[in-house]
Design a binder for this molecule. Structure first.
Ligand SMILES: [Zn+2]
Length: 494
């Protein structure tokens, strides 16, 4: 386990760079003058904690630094685990689509101003004799689409997921089909409105679309509300949250009144069953369907709309989505029949599409988390989970500190070049552990580590090296006990 001195020194230099906190943080912490406390600002904290930055070369597109990327990925991993529980399948879809797709989805008509255009470089000669992919009937349609050389950066994933659903035949037995997607999205916000992680041009959503039978809507909404409850209780976010149901607009809407009434009733039943507080925004639904917004109240009393659950009657029509079911007329109304004659008759039925996002924009949610935690991250999300401080720079102490770090990281075996061997990768813990082996007074190192926001500050001295242990405050632990404790804290979202 012992590394060569060169690789050890290189690692020590690297970890020093990582943990060194900006001078302003230490000053602020120990300033004798009590400062007037301003409400936490995610832009300031993001800068202090080196979470993200912005660049004039891409306004409105946050650049996540290693610490910010750690938090971002932990949130996404957490969601991925929930996807297994709630039956979502993750897909990976394009960032740009031809304008003909945006015409089909209705975005070109209703959303063009908020979209970025991209122009291809196809020459007219390339189009001659172009045929479809397999020379079948749809070759002609595809040639028309092929000639379209204007693209749009996607502001939403919905049309892409409709393409996937439409790509194969579905039976009523296959439904619900649930797709999830973390693709980056682009929306052309005006430059004056851009701010930190809250008003951006490029962002990610924990986006998901459910294609289900009309009779499954209520059950799917219930599950989604349960999903929301799970995520928000783990994140300990906000003082409280409420649900708001937006119903059919008075004039401009598609679908029949009967369809709307049925959909709204199933949403109301699901809301009642959730046991959560909910209110009604009469007439505030989108023209294509009713929706439930999740409105979060922060410690300052400010409200933030985060998660959303939206029923959509329009896109399944535009993309001619269908599935095969017995007694299709009953099926379309969400009803069942026992009549064998009717059941013998199979036919196409339009699925209901539910758009849902639990975190909403991951960037905006991160801004809320930064401000809500005031920069003090819970252990499982903390990009600085632990730091090992050496009491001095003697070889046994520094070597033991290095070994402790490897045990905490799960680097079982190191190669000659100091990198973990390929077979040891399976045991890696994913914990974030830094090291400070500088020749400075321990007190200074401890103060700095606390000011930088480390979750655990571990100390290693001569005695610890001899006894193969680490000091955590007054406790003396073996590295394995420390690692188990840290992993338990991650597992229980401490
Ligand atoms: Zn959608």
């Amino acid at each position: 386990m012992i590394r060569s001195r060169t690789s050890r020194l290189a690692a020590a230099a690297l970890s020093r760079r990582q943990w060194t906190c900006p001078a302003c943080l230490s000053k602020r912490q120990y300033s004798k003058q009590p400062e007037k406390r301003e409400p936490p600002d995610h832009r300031k904290l993001g800068n202090q904690q080196e979470l993200f930055m912005t660049s004039v070369y891409s306004p409105g597109s946050p650049i996540f630094l290693p610490n910010g990327a750690r938090i971002f990925n932990r949130l996404v991993d957490f969601l991925r685990k929930q996807y297994v529980r709630y039956g979502f399948q993750e897909v990976i879809t394009p960032t740009i689509y031809k304008k003909s797709l945006w015409a089909k989805s209705g975005h070109l008509e209703n959303y063009a101003e908020d979209m970025y255009s991209v122009t291809g470089n196809k020459r007219a000669s390339d189009l001659e004799g172009s045929a479809g992919c397999c020379g079948t009937d749809h070759a002609k349609d595809e040639a028309v689409v092929e000639e379209d050389d204007d693209y749009g950066l996607k502001p939403m994933n919905c049309p892409g997921h409709c393409l996937i659903f439409a790509s194969k035949l579905h039976s009523y037995r296959d439904l619900p089909v649930r797709y999830a997607d973390f693709s980056p999205l682009h929306r052309n916000e005006i430059s004056g409105a851009l701010s930190g992680l809250t008003r951006v041009r490029r962002f990610h959503q924990d986006d998901g679309h459910i294609f289900c039978r009309p009779s499954q809507v209520e059950g799917e909404i219930k599950k989604t509300l349960d999903f929301v409850k799970t995520v928000y209780s783990v994140l300990r976010l906000g003082v409280s949250y409420r649900l708001a149901l937006s119903t059919r607009p008075k004039d401009h809407y598609i679908g029949t009144e009967e369809e709307w009434a049925r959909a709204e009733d199933s949403l109301k039943r699901a809301l009642d069953a959730s046991g959560m507080e909910w209110t009604m925004n009469e007439g505030d639904g989108a023209f294509y369907g009713p929706k439930i917004d999740i409105v979060l109240k922060d410690s300052e009393g400010k409200e933030h709309q985060t998660a959303t659950i939206q029923l959509d009657f329009q896109l399944p029509k535009r993309f001619e989505l269908e599935y095969q079911a017995p007694a299709p007329e009953y099926e379309a109304r969400g009803e069942t029949t026992n009549d064998p004659e009717l059941l013998a008759n199979y036919g196409p039925v339009r699925p209901v599409m539910i758009h849902r996002a639990v975190l909403g924009s991951v960037e905006r949610l991160l801004a809320l988390l930064i401000e809500n935690y005031d920069g003090k991250w819970p252990f499982w999300l903390n990009p600085r989970q632990a730091i090992i401080l050496t009491v001095n720079t003697s070889d046994p102490v520094v070597e033991w500190a290095d070994e402790v770090r490897n045990i905490l990281l799960g680097n079982k075996k190191l190669q000659d070049d100091g990198l973990p061997s390929l077979e040891s990768l399976s045991g890696q813990t994913g914990l974030a552990v830094d090291m400070d082996t500088t020749a400075r007074p321990l007190g200074t190192k401890i103060r700095e580590a606390h000011a930088s926001g480390y979750g655990l500050v571990l100390v290693v001295g001569e005695q610890d090296a001899k006894n193969s242990q680490v000091s955590l405050g007054k406790e003396r632990l073996s590295p394995l006990e420390t690692r188990d404790r840290m992993l338990r804290m991650v597992d229980t979202f401490e």
